[in-house]
Write a new protein. Structure first.
Lengths: 210, 210
């Protein structure tokens, strides 16, 4: 039996609810061997982000290189990328090593409201990484920041998904967790729209990035 | 149902086979919610450690503080602590927050042979952290470095375990994975010795820290 190998390129959430910690837990739950390239460390809990240490882009690249060239990578996910320099080197490594499929979660702010991506880095994300994405997974806020449009209802979600696909993401899932009313995710694969509806869960003490 | 909460204070292994990555996978497998305080990042795979970034002791402390004061911690494990300054601040935080039980894995070198603890930090480990350990889990090499004695057979393992208990560790498990012949771990709880024998597994492509 071959165990699938997934690499998450993302930040660390000390509280364990988001970042590479949540990705590793998800990979483990699905029987996938998890590897990491850390882009930033946060001192974070359910109430906020109290400290951030950004990692040097060259060291982000080194973490990717040593994993790809030895263990091998069957799928990649990106999360918090912190700044434009890290985005550019991650995009370069994705191209150099042909890392596909790529799930691009355009993490911008923590659930607590703390910024996890420098505002001026949004353009770098659109220019360098979005066109490499197999699946792009913004929430409403991130879809709005990427498109420069309001994204607050299903029609605007469909419009934003189409725009993000036109900019190069093969598939776009706009996550509707912040919608008023029912939580509906909208998938656009370049041809068709699919809606995923789910019941609201009782309010748990959630935390981490959205 | 209450989910147990465990904090690992350790390094990051990009290759996923050791460090906080392995700890989080183990916690998940046992239904334990995992949290982290990163002490160092390594760019590491099965063949070696190609880069190390040590984290500022104050940020290690901050990661511990935000997790303990908000989410809560039922058990702590330490791994790679990198240097004496990190050891001292971790020991101070363990005392300040009464973090017990504490599993102290005195990580010193990676399986590939790369150093993960500065040699001059061994004394800090013995002085500040060892007396706080509920369980100390050295391998043969680490037991030898801590005691200054040869530890290569069962009799020497028992002697070293007794010495490490006398220095303050409540329970000592010396891991015999590097023994010639059968793999035997030796536990000393301050009164009795218990031996755990296990069959050698077929040689997998193992990696990470021992």
């Amino acid at each position: 039996m071959t165990i699938p190998r997934a690499l998450t390129i993302a930040g660390s959430d000390s509280g364990g609810g988001a970042g590479i910690q949540a990705d590793l837990k998800t990979f483990a739950a699905f029987g996938v061997f998890g590897m990491t390239a850390l882009t930033a460390l946060t001192a974070q809990n359910t109430t906020g982000v109290y400290g951030v240490v950004e990692i040097a882009p060259a060291f982000v690249a080194q973490q990717i290189d040593v994993v790809v060239t030895d263990i091998g990578v069957d799928a990649v996910k990106t999360g918090m990328l912190a700044n434009a320099a890290i985005i550019e080197i991650v995009a370069a490594k994705v191209k150099e090593h042909s890392l596909q499929p790529l799930v691009l979660d355009p993490v911008m702010i923590a659930k607590s409201g703390a910024p996890l991506l420098k505002p001026e880095a949004v353009d770098a994300l659109k220019t360098h990484l979005l066109p490499l994405a197999t699946v792009l997974t913004p929430n409403l806020h991130e879809a709005s920041a990427l498109t420069g449009r309001d994204v607050t209802d299903l029609e605007q979600m469909r419009d934003a998904a189409r725009a993000l696909h036109d900019w190069g993401a093969q598939n776009v899932v706009i996550k509707g967790g912040h919608l008023a009313g029912a939580a509906v995710d909208v998938l656009f694969d370049g041809e068709d729209f699919t809606e995923f509806r789910s019941e609201r869960l009782p309010n748990p003490a959630t935390h981490g990035t959205g």
